[in-house]
Structures are given as C-alpha cells and as structure tokens.
Design a protein around this ligand. Structure first.
Ligand code: C2E
Ligand code: MG
Ligand code: MG
Length: 727
C-alpha cells in the first residue's frame, strides 16, 4: 500500500471539510433566510392582529355601554340622579360584566352626576377622566344636536371614542348618550345625559389579550425602549398622537423551527463530512494506487527487474538525451561489459545462483563507478555511460571494472570466479546513440578475441571491420536466398587401420562475387552473430544428407560442423532427424562436430539436443580438441563419441613435444571408449606417427584437401586417381 504524502493526506480531510461546510453553510443560509421571512410574516400578522384587537376593544367598549345606556330606565334614573341605580346598572355592573375601569354619568350640562372608579388607588379620578372625555362629549353633543342617528342596526346610538392618556394612564375612552329604548321618553336632541366608559390599556388588559390571543410577554409601554427582542405596535389617538405601545415577544415560527432542526442539520453536516471524506479517501487511495501501478509499469518498462538497473530501452534513451545536451568540449564513453563463463555458472550452480551473481555484479559496477549510468541489456551483458574528457580515465575505469569482477563472488557456499571483457566507445559528434552502443559492442568483440579479462577501445579500423562485417552479413543473407554462391565441400577422413575413407567432413564454401573465395573463419562468426547460422547450417545439412542418400551403397559417414546457436535453437534436433528421414539416411551415418567450448559449456538446451540426437543414433565429435583451456579429463567425460585432436598437437609432432600429449589423449579416449581422429595432417611423418600412436582415423591436406561434390563422389566411388587415396 503506498504511503500517503502528508500534504495530500491533509487535502483528503480538508477538501471534504470545505465542501461539506460550504454545503452546510448554503443549507443553513437558505433555512435561516426562510426562517427570517417566516418570522417577519408572523410578526406582521401579530401586529395587524393587535391593531385589530385594539380597534375591536374600542368598538366593544361602546357596544357594551349600549347594553345599559339605551334603556328607558337609565334615562329615568339618570334624571332622578339615583346613584344606587346608576351604580348598579351603569357603574359597577359594567365593571363586573365588562371589566370597565371607570364610568361617569354626565348631565346634559356636562356636570358629573355619578362616577365609578374601579380602583381609586390606581390613579385617575373622575375629574381627570372628565377632562379627557370633554372633547368627546362636546363632539357627541354637537352630533346629537344635529340630530345624527345611528345608521346601523348593530349600533343603537351614536357615540364618540378615542385612545387617550388620563393622568398618565393610557386608556380607551368612550362616550354614549343615555337614550330611551322605547322612544316613549321624549328627549330633546343635545339634552341627553351622557355615559363615559373607560378602559385602561396599561392594567390587566394586556394580560387578558395575551391570554386570549396567545401573545408572549405582552405589556404596555410608553416607549419602544430600544429593545430589539420585542415587537411593538403604537397606540394612537384619533388626532394621531401616540399614547404608548403594546410590546410583546413576537411569535417566531421560523426561528423555532430552525432551532428544532439545528441538531439535525449538524448531524447531516457531520454525515456529509464523513461520506465526503470516505468518498475522497477512496478516490484518493484509488488514484494513488493507480499512480503507483502506473509508476510501477513505467519502472518495469525502463528497468531490469532483477538488478533494478536501467534496461536496454532506457539506456538508449538516456544516451540519446545526454548526447543532445552534451557540450562540444565534452564527450561520453559507453562501456560494454560482458561476463565470461556466466553460462557455465548458471548451468552448474542453477539459476538462483546465476541471478544472485548478476545482482552482485550490478552492485560491484555501481561501486566502481557510482556516477555512471549503468544498465543491464540482458543475460550477462551490461553497459555503462560515463561522462569523461580524458580517454585514459575511461581505460582506467575499464581496468577497475575487470579487476573488481575478477574477485571471487561468495554466493551461498560457493566462491565463484568469473571474469569480464569490456568494449569502450568514446562519443564523437557525428555518431548516433545506437551506433555508440554498437561500436562498444564491436570493441567488446575485439577484447574477447584478444583473450578474456581485457578491454578494447573502439577505433577506426574496427569500423572498417564493422562495415565489412555488415556487408558480409547482407551478402550472406542474399547468398543463402540465392543458393548459387554457397557450396559444400567435403574433406575425407581416412581410417588409420586400412587406409579406407571412413567419413567425410562437410565444410562450407562461399564464392563471394567481389571478395572471391571466403574462408568459413571469416563468415561463420558473422553468421552466428547475425542469426544466419541456422539457415546456413540447414543448407549444409541438406547437402550432406543429399550426398549421403546418393552414396547409399557405401559405408560412409558424413560429419557436419554445428555452432552453439544452432544446437540451442529448439527445433534443431528434430530438424536434423526429419532431414535424415526425408533423404532416407540412417542417423548412424551422420555425425555432428561441436567445438570444445560448446561441449564443455553444459548449456541444458544443447545437452538436451545432443542427448536426443544421440539416442536416435546420431554421433557427436568434439572438434579441435585441446585448443581451448578445458582440462582433458573434463572433456573426456562428455557425452560424445569421438574427439578430433587439434592440428596444434599434430604440428607439435615435428619438434617432438606433441607426441606424448597425443599419446595421452589417445590413451584416455580409448579408456573412455571414444574414437579419435587427428586433423590437419600435412606430412607423411605426421601420418605415420599418428597411426603409430593409435589414432583411429586421420584427416588433413596430406591425405586429401576438401573436395567439391563431384570430386568427392568420384573419389569415394573409386574413379578418382589413386593419388588422392591415402596410404
Ligand atoms: P574445422 O571444423 O576444424 O575444419 C577443419 C578446417 O581445417 C577446415 O578449414 C579445413 O579446410 C582445414 N584443414 C583440413 N586439413 C588441413 C591441413 O592439413 N592443414 C591446414 N592448414 N588446414 C586443414 P575451413 O574449411 O576453412 O573451416 C574452418 C572452420 O570453419 C572449420 O574448422 C569449422 O569449425 C568451421 N566451418 C566450416 N564449415 C562450417 C559449417 O558448415 N558450419 C559451421 N558451423 N562451421 C563450419
Ligand atoms: Mg570440423
Ligand atoms: Mg577442426
């Protein structure tokens, strides 16, 4: 699981927090706005209601008066100034039933004939009331004198009312005439007695209204008092004068809903935050995982999985980029490093050990040249890119690398000794990246050819060789297609005992249109490197099988030379057996010569191919035996049928040094049940000595040169001159 970078980790929490906060703010904002609007509407409604209540109170007061003022008895008892009756019907009674706070009965001249004050201790007396009621009584008198009558069936008599302040107390004051209900008592218009009713707005009334209409904390106040919590409605007189205010705590449905839903909103906010965090976290983790796997893929695409070094593509790319940005005065060096005997390590100790060795090589290379850009191209091939101006420095580095890799590698319980060859190429402005690598490879090739554990710096002569090499490669590809330039010659091998031809060795010849006859030593290595060797091998195989089928009657064997690459290729063994079968040739008449190095290499694919072919009857010979540096004992343990003693030993017969060695080889081979062939015999003396030493068969110019097909057919069918027959 990839670790979260701290900054990004914070973002995983901060972003959901911001988003959920924003969402919450918007939600709360919208709710708040709705609540404010609802509260405002409710406040307006309460204001309107209160204004209506006050207006209603005013009209109710007048209406209530009418219950006693429009009554014949009232007219009668008022004229009699019967205060008991007046108290019982127009004073206390009104207080008891309608809660009127005060009442006056005035004579037609305005004189008070009766007064009732519900709570004398609470303030205004009859004089105070009369003073305030006076303008109303005068107006009413004028209206009465003018003969005005009520035009509504609901209102029995006309009256005057107003909101006023009576000795500091706000009140509704209503004046009504005391009139006959039957019309039987004659009253002159304007002469009617008057009844004044008072209801204080600052006493118990607000409490009653609050109770009836559910106003909270309703009260009377002289001023609004700057209190923002309370709503207020002004109480104004008919003349527009404000006598005070009703103030109450407004009903706020919005705010109360809001406060109810606050916990839910907080819960929703928290939930949103959690969900967002989870979502972001998951998304972030996914994107991190994606990024990590992308990076891993990118890393894999550019790195060697075993060593962690750059791979071939990465090396080429880096080299190209470095070349582009390289200052004129500087140059780069490419080192091509190849391990010696790595294959043997792999096959002898197993792949895990081989892998461990490769890893150790990589870390040694990094230690020797820490600033170099190193890569593993594959197998046991490494490259390095170093920025150096002095050629000598690069050569010293190559020497250091070789020295470092020659030190034994302690892996598991083994102490493995390998070596390395290094090819160096120093950049010049006109050489492209790929060519630099190739040149370093060519230099490596030269280093190997010069003996292992050494280095070579690419030079112009190598380039010429390279050009020729390329030319030969192209021409060989063409020649293999064309089929006219290549020919197989056969060199006879003679039995030492009876001097008869026992076998023929197929040797490839190429008549190059420009260079003439080219030696196999010139083109076989190129064919091997360019992958053309398989085609060439099949060409020789076909020819050899064809010849064998032609000489069916003769007891002859044909040997072909095979390269390691051919033997390694998966279909080789089957291809050989198929070809033999196609030509009707028994496998026992066929022999394959392999070099000492191939035989000793121990590559499992080669070993498998040899085992398969040998089990089918095909024979194997180790060519140029003794030329390499493997021990005889080791070589004689190989799964082969014959050894071909190298020309080097045969040449040594002259000075006497070769004989004991050949004798030892022959003895050992015989002991192991192997046949021996001596090759490169050029003199009679050599032939005799080798026969005497017990070699089974002999080959060399002294006996016969390689011959073309018709010559060899003639020779083996006995039509060739006796001279070509040996012994
Ligand atoms: P080789 O298999 O050891 O073949 C023997 C070489 O020694 C041949 O050279 C032959 O012409 C040469 N030779 C034989 N007798 C004498 C002698 O008395 N004196 C001297 N000086 N040389 C003698 P050639 O044909 O030039 O082949 C060279 C090598 O090329 C062969 O060595 C073999 O390893 C390789 N080769 C040739 N043809 C093929 C082929 O078809 N496939 C493969 N893979 N390799 C081939
Ligand atoms: Mg050979
Ligand atoms: Mg040979």
């Amino acid at each position: 699981m990839p670790a979260f970078p701290r900054r990004k980790h914070i973002a995983v929490w901060v972003l959901p927090f911001l988003i959920s906060s924003l969402t919450m703010t918007m939600l709360v904002g919208a709710l708040f706005l709705a609540a404010v609007k609802a509260d405002e509407a409710a406040a307006r409604r309460q204001e309107g209601l209160l204004q209506f209540i006050v207006a209603n109170l005013e009209s109710s007061l007048a209406h209530e008066q009418e219950s006693a003022t429009v009554w014949d008895d009232a007219v009668k008892f008022a004229r009699l100034k019967d205060t008991d009756w007046l108290a019982a019907n127009l004073g206390e009674w009104m207080h008891t039933y309608f809660e009127h706070d005060a009442a006056l009965v005035l004579k037609n001249d305005g004189q008070v004939i009766y007064d009732f004050i519900a709570d004398p201790s609470a303030g205004p007396d009859a004089t105070d009331i009369l003073k305030v009621a006076l303008p109303l009584t005068q107006t009413l008198k004028r209206r009465l004198e003018a003969g005005q009558r009520s035009d509504s069936a609901r209102i029995l008599s006309i009256g005057e009312s107003d909101l006023s302040t009576i000795a500091g107390r706000a009140a509704i004051v209503s004046v009504k005439p005391i009139v006959s209900d039957s019309g039987e008592i004659i009253q002159n218009p304007g002469d009617e007695y008057l009844h004044v009713a008072v209801r204080y707005l600052d006493g118990k009334l607000p409490g009653r209204i609050a109770e009836d209409y559910r106003f909270a904390d309703l009260g009377f106040s002289r001023s609004t008092g700057g209190d923002t919590r309370h709503s207020s409605v002004a109480l104004t007189s008919n003349s527009g004068e404000t006598i005070g205010y009703f103030r109450w705590l407004p009903f706020s449905p919005g705010s109360s809903v809001l406060s109810d839903v606050y916990p839910i909103i907080i819960l929703v906010g928290l939930l949103t935050f959690c969900l967002m965090s989870l979502l972001f976290h998951t998304l972030w983790r996914r994107s991190l995982n994606l990024k990590a796997s992308q990076e891993e893929l990118e890393h894999l695409a550019l790195h060697d999985p075993l060593t962690g070094l750059a791979n071939r593509a990465n090396f080429s790319l880096t080299l190209e980029q470095r070349l582009l940005s390289l200052p004129q005065s500087q140059s780069l060096a490419v080192l091509f490093i190849d391990l010696d005997h790595f294959k043997a390590v792999n096959d002898s100790y197993g792949h895990p050990v081989g892998d461990a060795l490769i890893k150790e090589v990589a870390s040694r290379l990094s230690l020797v040249a820490p600033s170099a850009f190193a890569s593993r191209l594959g197998g046991d091939e490494f490259t390095m890119l170093v920025e150096m101006t002095e050629g000598e420095d690069v050569e010293q580095l190559a020497r250091d690398i070789i020295a470092s890799l020659r030190n034994p590698f302690p892996i598991d319980t083994h102490h493995i000794v390998i070596g390395a060859s290094v090819g160096i190429c120093i950049s010049t402005p006109e050489v492209a990246a790929d060519d630099l690598i190739r040149h370093a490879d060519i230099a490596l090739y030269h280093a190997k050819a010069a003996g292992r554990n050494t280095y070579a710096v690419f030079g112009a002569h190598m380039e010429k060789l390279l050009r020729r090499r390329r030319e030969i490669e192209t021409d060989l590809a063409f020649a293999l297609e064309d089929g006219t330039q290549l020919e197989v010659h056969y060199q006879p091998v003679y039995s030492a005992g009876d001097g008869e031809i026992s076998s023929l060795e197929a040797l490839c010849r190429w008549h190059h249109p420009r260079y003439g006859a080219l030696s196999p030593d010139d083109f076989i290595p190129i064919a091997e490197e360019s992958g053309l060797i398989q085609k060439l091998g099949y060409f020789v195989l076909e020819d050899a099988c064809n010849l064998l089928s032609e000489m069916e009657a003769l007891d002859l064997t044909i040997a072909v030379n095979a390269s390691a690459i051919e033997l390694m290729s998966p279909g080789y063994a089957l291809r050989v057996l198929n070809t033999l079968a196609r030509y009707g040739v028994g496998p026992t008449r066929f022999e394959i010569e392999i070099t000492e190095r191939i035989a000793a290499d121990g590559d499992s694919r080669i070993a498998d191919a040899i085992r398969l072919l040998r089990s089918a009857g095909v024979r194997f010979a180790v060519d140029d035996f003794g030329r390499g540096n493997s021990s005889f004992g080791q070589l004689l343990n190989l799964e082969v049928d014959r050894i071909k003693i190298d020309k080097m030993f045969v040449d040594g017969i002259q000075d006497g040094g070769g004989m004991p060695l050949i004798e030892a080889i022959v003895q050992m081979a015989r002991h192991k049940g192997l046949k021996t062939t001596a090759e490169g015999i050029e003199t009679k003396e050599q032939r005799e000595v080798l026969t005497m030493l017990g070699c089974d068969s002999l080959q060399g110019f002294e006996l016969s040169r390689p011959l073309n097909r018709s010559q060899v057919v003639k020779l083996v069918t006995g039509t060739e001159s006796q001279r070509s027959r040996a012994v």
